[in-house]
Design a protein around this ligand. Structure first.
Ligand code: HEC
Ligand code: HEC
Length: 288
């Protein structure tokens, strides 16, 4: 650092900063720059006063305008809802089980159903509704409780083995755990169940199982094992399995009974959303 002095060439004061013989001149800031700088400071003070600005321990200063982006979003959501309320009313007024004839109303239902599905149903039934072990595929036409629009809406309203007073309910006995059949009997009846979806000769075990099946299983699964939708009893002859079609899984199903639970949506989702969901699920390919 050298002592400040006047620069010989320009006649301007130096600041006294010097690097390798190069000295810094003490030129004033350009006026336009200075005024812009000051204007920014004044602007920022005004901004703190009118707009939300400073974080406090548990809150923030609100500003005189009380502006909030949350309020803006809530407002535009309310506007969107209001603009849809005509559709919502018409959808709610449709008799249960009737698909909307108007294509606009149909696409309102499908769009709402698709997004409500992603939020509420994909955890169990998968994002593409293809299901998983214990959670039925909603794309195929293998229905436990029925694939008509009205059936699907009813399933959504009351749930299956749910807390709803009118829930869809049917509990297969746990034939092994409750000692209704012995282990060899369960193995035989499992062989018979497997033979329903496999072509070829019926083994002696399966033949023994057939008698046991007639005595213990037909009340729900039907004479030919094709299931009963009134009772939510799956078709055992179609080669599609909710809990697995290998011998061990079938034995476990008979022995333990599965009793899958589907929550009730009445009260958790509004009527229009439930209807949108039913129409969406019905449209997935397996609807009847
Ligand atoms: C907690 C997991 C779970 C959630 C969440 C869930 N489900 Fe289910 N759902 C199940 C189970 C388990 C079954 C099969 C119950 C049984 O064994 O009968 C089922 C059955 C169904 C059925 C009947 C299928 C048939 O073959 O008859 C439909 C339709 C259905 N779910 C649609 C939905 C929709 C739509 C949603 C979202 C609103 C949803 N589920 C959310 C678990 C769930
Ligand atoms: C009271 C009615 C009832 C009776 C009796 C009954 N079942 Fe079931 N069964 C059901 C229901 C309902 C389900 C679906 C369970 C679920 O989703 O949790 C089921 C499921 C099954 C499954 C699993 C199917 C799959 O897709 O994974 C098998 C296997 C089965 N039953 C075999 C039998 C056999 C064998 C008997 C007789 C020994 C029998 N059931 C008796 C109602 C019954």
């Amino acid at each position: 650092m050298s002592t400040p002095r006047k620069d010989d060439v320009s006649g301007v004061d130096t600041t006294g900063h010097e690097w390798d013989g190069i000295e810094e001149l003490n030129n004033p800031l350009p006026r336009w720059w200075l005024w812009t700088f000051l204007a920014c400071i004044v602007w920022s003070i005004g901004y703190w006063v009118v707009m939300p600005a400073w974080p406090l321990v548990a809150d923030h200063t609100r500003g005189m305008l009380g502006y909030s982006q949350r309020a803006v979003v809530a407002d535009s959501l309310a506007k969107a809802k209001a603009s849809q309320s005509g559709y919502a009313k018409r959808l709610a007024a449709l008799p249960a089980g009737e698909n909307p004839a108007d294509p606009d109303l149909q696409s309102f239902a499908l769009g709402g159903g698709r997004s409500a599905y992603a939020v509420n149903c994909s955890q169990c039934h998968g994002s593409g509704a293809a299901g998983a072990k214990g959670y039925p595929n909603l794309n195929d036409d293998d229905w436990l409780w029925g694939g008509k629009l009205a059936d699907i809406e009813q399933t959504l309203r009351v749930g299956i083995r749910s807390t709803h007073p009118d829930t869809r309910l049917n509990d297969m006995p746990a034939f092994g755990r409750d000692g209704l059949l012995t282990l060899p009997q369960i193995a035989d009846v499992a062989d018979y169940v497997l033979s329903l979806s496999h072509s070829g000769a019926v083994s002696p075990q399966a033949a023994r199982g057939q008698t046991l099946f007639a005595e213990n299983c037909t009340a729900c699964h039907g004479e030919t094992g094709r299931g009963n939708r009134e009772l939510g009893a799956p078709n055992l002859a179609d080669g599609l399995w909710l809990y697995g079609g290998d011998r061990a899984s079938v034995i476990a199903s008979i022995s333990e009974s599965r009793r899958g639970v589907m929550p009730t949506w009445e009260g958790r989702l509004d009527d229009v959303t439930i209807r949108q969901l039913a129409i969406y699920v019905h449209s997935l390919g397996g609807g009847e």
